[in-house]
Design a protein around this ligand. Sequence first.
Ligand SMILES: [Mn+2]
Length: 393
Amino acid sequence: MRILHTSDWHLGRAFHGCDRLADQEQVLSGLAELVGERGIDVVAVSGDVFDRALPNAETVRVYDRVLASLGAAGARIVVISGNHDSAPRLGTTRRFAAAGGLHLHTDVETCSVPTVLADEHGPVAFYGLPYLEPETARLTLGVDSGGGHAGVLGVAMDAVRRDLSARPPGTRSVVLAHAFVLPPRVRESDIDTSASERSLAVGGVQTAPSPLFDGVDYVALGHLHGCQQPDPARPWLRYAGSPLAYSFSEVHQRKSVLLVELDGTGLAGVERIELPVPRRLRVVTAELPALLGEPRYAEFEQDYLQVLLTDAQRPLDSMRRLQARFPYAVAVEWRPAGAPPPPRLAPTRRRVEDDLTTAAHFVEWVRNSRPSRVEHELLSAAFAASRTREAAG
Ligand SMILES: [Mn+2]
C-alpha cells in the first residue's frame, strides 16, 4: 500500500497580509498528480487542514476542490483535525463522507475505531488521533488531571494497541496524530520548530514522549511545520511538515510530502518528495540605497522578502520605497551595522527635562541621529502651538 503523508495545510492562512490561497491550491492540486503518477492508495492528512475554526467561503471551496481532485486521482483520504481546526465542523457529515472514500477522524471518543482499508496483503487499520485538548479529552478518556498532552495521548494509544491486538494477525497499522513528539531526554529547543506553529502548551507541557507511539507500523504526525524524523531510533515516526512556508523562520526548510510504502510485513520505506515553491521566502541584509539601486539585488524582486536594513540612520519611509522595486517585501527591520542596540530611554529623564529635550532624545533613540536644525525648529513650534491651544482652553 502506498500512502501519501501530508499535514498542516493551514488553508486560508495569510502571510504578512498577503493572501496565499491561490498558492495553496496550486501546491495541493499537485498532490493529485502525484497520486496518479506514483500509484498512491491513501492520502493521510494529519491535522490543521484549515488555519482557523471558521474558514471563509473561498477557503472552503479550495478544500472541496483539492479533496475532489485527490479522490478523482484514485486515492482514499484519511483526515484528522488539528489544534487550528474546529473538530465538529471539520467532522460534519463524516458518516456519509466515508462512503465516498473521505474518512474524517475528529472525535476523541473514536480514537481507537480505525478506518480499515485493504491491499493485496490484507487489512491496514488507520487510527486517527485528532488534536486532543488535554482538559476536555481527559474527561472522555477517563484520565486523571495533570498528565497534560502526554497523559491523554498515552491513554488513546493504549486503546489503539488494544483494538489492534484483537484484529486478525497480520493487520498492519497507521496512526495519524497531531502532537509535539520528543524522544526521551531531548529538549524542545533541540527540535526544528517554526514561528508559524501555535503552541500546544496547556499547563506548561506541550510535548509527548516518542515511546508512547510504539507498537504500530507508521505514525503520520502533524503540528511541526518542518519535515522531520523526531526520534532517530524510531524511523516509523515522521512529520511531513506544511506544504508552504508560513513564517520567515522557515526560509531554510524544503517543503515536502512523504511517500510511505507498506508491504505485507509492515513499513517498507519512506520517500521524501519535495514540493514546488510558488513564491520563495528570503531574507536580505543591506543598506537601503544599495537595495534600491544595485543590479545584483534583481534576483530578489519576485520573492517574499524580509529586509534587514543596516543603514547607520533609520531610513524614512523604507517599506514604501522598497516595495517600488520589491513588490513582495513584506517585513522590514532596521539593524544598524556595527551599532549596539539602542539604549532604553531612561524613564527618570522625563521629570528633569523640558519637553523639547525629551522629544529630541526620542528622535535620536529611534533613528540613531539627532534632530536637524529644521527638525528642531519644527518640534519647538509644535510644542509652542500645543501650549497656546492648552492656554486657550
Ligand atoms: Mn500547524
